[in-house]
Design a protein around this ligand. Structure first.
Ligand code: ZN
Ligand code: ZN
Length: 409
């Protein structure tokens, strides 16, 4: 196990972040993941990190704060927090977030408080978020199990067994076996995603039409100059990095006002520390005009009310139903994993890299190209075993993109 964890930590720093000699690493981690965070820090220094700067988080204290702090705590942007994120982002530091959360850590917190906190944190992280969305610095999100999360994924097992089983599952998703070849397997995997992306870029679809038996019947227009992206991105200096470990998707941006119909979620969504089930959106000219859920509907409605752009879509991602993560049969209750088990969409901000030259465009130019802008970005899963996606080209040809949940191109 020790060997596998070392290999995983090295993979994160080398493939995920592609950390350069002398570069600063901001390492954000739950305190419960300290042993794994230490391995990541050591792996970073092994590659010549200039400095590893820690940013600890804690589910328990976060929940206490959301339940018991005064309103002012959620409404006042702090200059020191702004400086922390802005300074390192402008410097081009690498940013690693070790993702581990009790899926219901904020259950019962008032949705209004969640929205206030999100707006305040977005104000503090304005520069950071903008540069992150435009790949202005290398960043990576990777998971490490904690007890509360593992118990949710494996409710019938003892805590120790559940954590061990979740580690096992997490390491499989990132292709780490302990044989020292994970990095090579990743290069191969990225090449496969790149080939898929290039096929779609050559076709340059005008629109995609989604249907399945859940009731999804949705048409998504794509911007004329859209680009599909795979899991590997590049900083302005040309340093390649992989922002999500795992990643199985290729993705682009929808035309903000070109989405119409109904879309139903295929898997539960964990958002803002609550579980939302059976999402059903009705969308007209890009705008979500109705949002229903069998559980967590108030949290969902708060999530799309963060700002006007939160009611519009920002991402269209294709993931085959036979992806290794879906094949595991597990529901991870964590979007990093579940979005890579399923075709997904996101409401909120679009990635500038999804149109030609987007990373060098101003906000106004991105708007003019039809890219949505919001301080939020929430992925939700729509891929089922019977999902069909048909693409229409600019000269009116209809081609199968997905049939029975898998790539048909
Ligand atoms: Zn995605
Ligand atoms: Zn996304």
């Amino acid at each position: 196990m020790e060997e596998k964890l070392r290999e995983y930590a090295h993979l994160i720093v080398s493939v995920g972040l592609n950390l350069q000699k002398g570069q600063t690493l901001i390492l954000s981690s739950p305190v419960e993941c300290a042993p794994f965070a230490r391995l990541c820090a050591s792996a970073a220094y092994d590659l010549g990190a200039g400095e590893v700067v820690l940013n600890w988080t804690d589910d328990y204290i976060t929940r206490e704060r959301f339940l018991r702090a005064q309103d002012a705590a959620f409404e006042t942007p702090r200059p020191w927090r702004r400086a922390f994120f802005t300074d390192y982002a402008n410097e081009g530091a690498a940013y690693l977030r070790i993702d581990a959360e009790d899926p219901e850590t904020l259950l019962g917190v008032s949705p209004a408080r969640l929205v206030a906190a999100q707006r305040t944190s977005s104000a503090e992280r304005e520069t950071f978020d903008r540069l992150q969305m435009a790949n202005g610095f290398p960043w990576c999100v990777a998971g490490a199990p904690i007890a509360a999360w593992a118990r949710k994924v494996f409710p019938d097992r003892s805590e120790g067994d559940a954590v061990a089983a979740l580690w096992d599952a997490v390491l499989k998703t990132v292709r780490v076996t302990g044989d020292g070849n994970a990095e090579a397997r990743w290069r191969e995997h990225i090449a496969l995603l790149t080939a898929r992306k290039e096929k779609l870029n050559a076709l340059r679809f005008k629109s995609l039409h989604y249907t399945n038996s859940l009731g999804t019947d949705l048409t998504i227009e794509l911007p004329d100059d859209h680009l599909w992206a795979a899991g590997n991105s590049e900083t302005p200096a040309g340093v390649g990095f992989v922002a999500n470990l795992p990643t199985e998707e290729i993705f682009t941006a929808p035309l903000k006002t070109g989405v119409n119909g109904t879309v139903c979620a295929a898997l539960p969504l964990v958002n803002n520390g609550s579980i939302i089930e059976d999402i059903r959106f009705t969308v007209r000219e890009g705008r979500i005009v109705e949002a229903r859920a069998s559980r967590g509907e108030d949290v969902l409605n708060a999530a799309i009310a963060v700002d006007d752009g939160a009611r519009y879509f920002g991402e269209v991602a294709l993931v085959p139903y036979d992806s290794p993560i879906r094949s595991s049969g597990l529901l991870f209750y964590n979007t990093l994993y579940d979005e890579n088990a399923s075709c997904h969409l996101a409401f909120g901000e679009a990635y500038p890299e999804c149109i030609v030259g987007g990373e060098r465009m101003t906000r106004e130019e991105l708007n003019a190209h039809g890219l949505n802008h919001s301080l939020t970005h929430v992925d939700f899963m729509v891929g089922t075993a019977d999902l069909s996606i048909t693409g229409t080209t600019h000269d009116g040809r209809e081609l199968p993109v997905f049939r029975s949940g898998n790539f048909a191109l």
